[in-house]
Design a binder for this molecule. Structure first.
Ligand code: NAP
Length: 300
């Protein structure tokens, strides 16, 4: 008989390295959490609602591997005294880098040109100039700020929307419709959840316009995906760079068929460095919780 290790439920897949480190400290469970579960480790989109919490009387901490918390009922956690942690800061720069990479890839046709050359071709249509554009950022938090700082040197203007205006040198625009109308490139960097659900609908896409480009590194739930496919197909917007989708890992055929679209499989934080730092923060939060020390990055 080994010593009793606390029970931990893995609500999403984790890297082999993190799994090894977790299994040295916890009894790991997958599939269905047993009632003895004291900790949950999940991704930003794992679902831990009030009903699940009610089935887990011993649950004391939900450690999220990411910063999104769309699937976690924070009020229910608060009411039960269940702590919730995320991994902020260590992924901010990586996600912002991918947003810029997708934007440049769409405008300069990087992905489709790569496919042409691989197929032995050489003649390709012209791209569009990336510099001098008005770049609109929806959600000017940690990631949105990092995107703005990267984009500022080559943007014509940076405009943004958030719940409140910030002390920044960029122009605040109230509402996503007005933001889209002001922008050549609209970059989504706000959280998922009910408040932003399908915020980018057909009207917002029409406001972005036939030359406009949509970049989404936030959550697929922010976009009405059917409206996006239709707008791209009909040329009512110019292109899109997408790291996130409404029903991951499903990507609509209508998006996969279009050259003016660049796709990534939710890779925003997917660097070796970032993932190692995220795993270390997950462990640091769990270790703190189970040794009675203050949590490094608590959300609740
Ligand atoms: P953050 O620091 O909390 O910033 C969120 C920003 O969104 C804030 O500026 C906030 O405005 C704004 N916002 C919130 N609700 C809004 C609403 N209803 N309308 C307009 N703006 C709203 O979060 P972050 O670290 O930058 O991360 C942002 C999101 O990126 C995460 O929630 C996550 O879903 C996503 N993400 C994706 C990946 C990926 O792999 N692709 C990786 C990490 C994160 P106020 O400041 O005015 O409240």
């Amino acid at each position: 008989m080994g010593r009793m290790m606390p029970d931990l439920f893995l609500a999403s897949a984790v890297s082999p390295a993190l799994r090894d480190q977790l299994s040295a400290r916890f009894q790991l469970h997958e599939g269905t959490p047993p009632p003895e579960t004291r900790a949950i480790v999940g991704g930003g989109m794992s679902r831990v609602d009030a009903a699940l919490m009610a089935q887990l009387p011993a649950l004391e901490i939900i450690a999220i591997h990411g910063v999104g918390h769309d699937g976690i009922d924070l009020d229910a956690a608060r009411a039960r005294g269940i702590r919730v942690t995320t991994t902020p800061d260590v992924l901010t720069d990586d996600v912002a880098d991918l947003a810029i990479a997708l934007m440049l890839a769409v405008q300069r046709r990087v992905a489709v040109n790569d496919r042409v050359v691989r197929d032995g071709g050489w003649q390709v249509p012209l791209g569009r100039r990336a510099s001098g554009r008005t770049i609109g950022i929806f959600g000017l938090g940690k990631i949105g700020m990092a995107i703005a700082r990267r984009a500022a040197p080559f943007a014509g203007e940076i405009v943004y929307a958030a719940r409140s205006a910030k002390q920044v040198p960029w122009r605040f625009v109230a509402g996503i419709g007005a933001l889209a109308a002001a922008s050549d490139v609209l970059i989504l960097a706000a959280p998922g959840g009910a408040d932003t659900d399908r915020a980018v609908d057909a009207a917002v896409l029409d406001a972005l316009g036939p030359e406009g480009v949509l970049i989404n590194i936030a959550r697929g739930s922010l976009v009405d995906e059917e409206a996006l496919v239709a707008a791209l197909r009909d040329g009512r917007i110019g292109g899109a760079g997408l790291d996130v989708f409404a029903h991951e890992p499903q990507v609509p055929e209508g998006l996969r068929a279009l050259d003016q679209v660049v796709l990534a499989p939710h890779q925003g934080s997917a660097t070796r460095e970032g993932r190692a730092e995220m795993a270390a923060l997950v462990l640091a939060n769990l270790d703190a919780q189970f040794s009675g020390r203050p949590l490094p990055t608590p959300l609740v």
